[in-house]
Ligand binder design. Structure first.
Ligand code: 5AD
Ligand code: SF4
Length: 475
């Protein structure tokens, strides 16, 4: 079902605010019925973009009177914000839906909603309609801004509500957001992707690239900073092509320069960068910036030119390595991380050796390694030479070992240094320790008081434990 409405973004915001009031009255009725404030649980699968969308969902749910909980079993409304980038994410959703069904049998007023990337696939919708009839509401990635309206429709109807759009031009600003962390926040700077890497489903489920206006981004960050945020993460599938399609085009590097000027903001991160679009201008801006963190996530995906070409990545191994060289020359202390896929159709163990060679040469601080997952509708899914599981596993294990060894070596180099950390939270295992994040994205644990959360402090990295440090506060 595709529906476009001819409202402009401001009218849409006003409309959604009306729906929030209406939804609030239904939630108030529910509170009377069940005798306590209704609880909601938002479960996020997938990437940082989804995490940010979940904060928007929670913003609306709390606005209309729900209380957040992390425990699905006690919730009166459960929503799964799904991911479909690899099939195992889909399988986890189906698995957990079985559990939700048993909860709903015990608690008939429980409402269940599904949204996010997986819902943009028609085969998924068919399957849910057939086998998961107890789901109350399904929507996709393009109409999340009308969540309040969809909730009202859900409360007023008893059958399954499905609203999936194929595209949207709309970017509705200023809807409520409920942030997970008081001191840091993700900010969407663009939506969608135009790259069509041949294995990737994202362009099909997130649509074409759309950039937000710089003034809206700046306004949002200024508000966040006034509210206590010191670190922002600018989010987009391909941030390096930010701004190209705006009425007044600007580059990502120019946007960064503007963001940097926001007083009170201490740290800036961004992801994800596509190597083919990473400009000299960006390297220059990063190099001269005190606020932009010394971390670049630069997915390589594969090291063999033949595979890179079949993946439609539009760079060669040599070009990638030359780019990394340029970045490291400009910023010797930069941490580079990456994503790698093993088992793309036609990939041989010799091809994987090329990937391993890249890992050795770049010396990644961290690499996320994935086994290729066939996504229906992508060009790679219909390629004939899918790789047998044993071959994939052999290459994957070999690669993983090199990735881990290099990351460990890289981490060890900083042992003994004093660095700045943003104090993020109480350590999960030991309550006397706090966890801080370094500019290079590594974590350090040290004795401190929880009142320091949100502060930037100097920490000595006393001991390296492979992928994190323990240390102490200096001065
Ligand atoms: N199979 C395995 N990994 C994939 N990714 C994207 N699509 C697939 C797929 N079909 C990985 C890429 C990307 C990351 C977010 O997920 O490495 O950078
Ligand atoms: Fe997928 Fe490639 Fe777009 Fe990243 S750049 S979201 S891998 S199509």
């Amino acid at each position: 079902m595709t529906q476009y409405r001819s409202t402009n973004d401001e009218q849409e915001l006003a409309l959604q605010k009306e729906y929030m009031k209406k939804a609030a009255s239904y939630v108030a009725d529910l509170e009377v019925e069940i005798g306590h404030k209704p609880l909601c649980c938002v479960t996020t699968f997938g990437c940082q973009m989804n995490a940010r969308d979940s904060e928007k969902l929670l913003g609306i749910l709390t606005q209309i009177g729900y209380e957040p909980t992390d425990h699905e079993e006690e919730a009166d409304f459960v929503i799964y914000n799904t991911c479909t980038v690899r099939d195992n994410a889909n399988q986890r959703v189906y698995g957990r839906l079985g559990f939700l069904n048993s909860l709903k049998r015990k608690k008939p007023h429980l409402k269940i909603a599904l949204c996010g990337c997986m819902m943009q696939e028609s085969s998924v919708i068919e399957k849910i309609k057939k086998s998961y009839r107890f789901v109350d509401l399904i929507f996709g990635t393009h109409n999340i801004f009308k969540f309040a309206e969809l909730l009202v429709t859900m409360f007023e109807n008893h059958e399954m509500i499905i609203d999936i759009w194929q595209e949207t031009e709309q970017i509705v600003e200023d809807l409520p957001v409920n942030r997970k962390y008081p001191y840091k926040s993700g900010i969407n700077i663009m939506f969608g992707c135009n790259n069509f890497c041949s294995y990737c489903i994202v362009p099909y489920v997130r649509g074409r690239e759309r950039s937000r206006e710089p003034k809206d981004i700046i306004k949002e960050i200024e508000r966040l900073v006034a509210d206590g945020v010191v670190e922002v993460m600018l989010l987009g599938q391909n941030v390096n092509s930010y701004g190209k399609n705006l009425a007044n085009p600007i580059t990502f590097a120019q946007l960064l320069k503007e963001v940097e000027q926001i007083e009170g903001l201490k740290r800036i991160r961004f992801m994800t960068s596509h190597p083919k679009d990473l400009s000299e201008e960006l390297i220059e801006v990063m190099k001269h910036s005190d606020k932009i963190c010394r971390h670049l996530h630069l997915p390589v995906q594969a090291g063999s030119d033949r595979i890179l070409q079949a993946m439609n990545r539009r760079y060669t191994k040599e070009q990638y390595l030359a780019l990394v060289d340029k970045i490291k020359t400009a910023m010797p202390d930069i941490a580079i991380t990456t994503d790698i896929i093993v088992g793309f159709p036609g990939e041989t163990l010799e091809d994987v050796e090329e990937t391993i060679d890249v890992v050795r040469k770049v010396q990644y601080d961290n690499a996320f390694t994935f086994i290729y997952s066939k996504r229906t509708g992508t060009p790679a899914a219909s390629m004939e030479n899918q790789v047998p599981e044993e071959v994939v596993k052999e290459g994957f294990d070999k690669l993983l070992k090199v990735v881990q060894d290099t990351a460990r070596d890289r981490a060890a180099r900083l042992q003994g240094q004093v660095m700045e950390a943003l104090v993020e939270e109480v350590n999960e295992q030991d309550e006397s320790l706090m966890t801080g994040r370094l500019s290079n994205n590594m974590l350090v644990h040290f004795p401190a008081d929880r009142s320091m959360i949100g502060q930037l402090i100097k920490v000595s990295l006393d001991t390296c434990h492979g992928f994190y440090y323990t240390g102490h506060v200096v001065g």
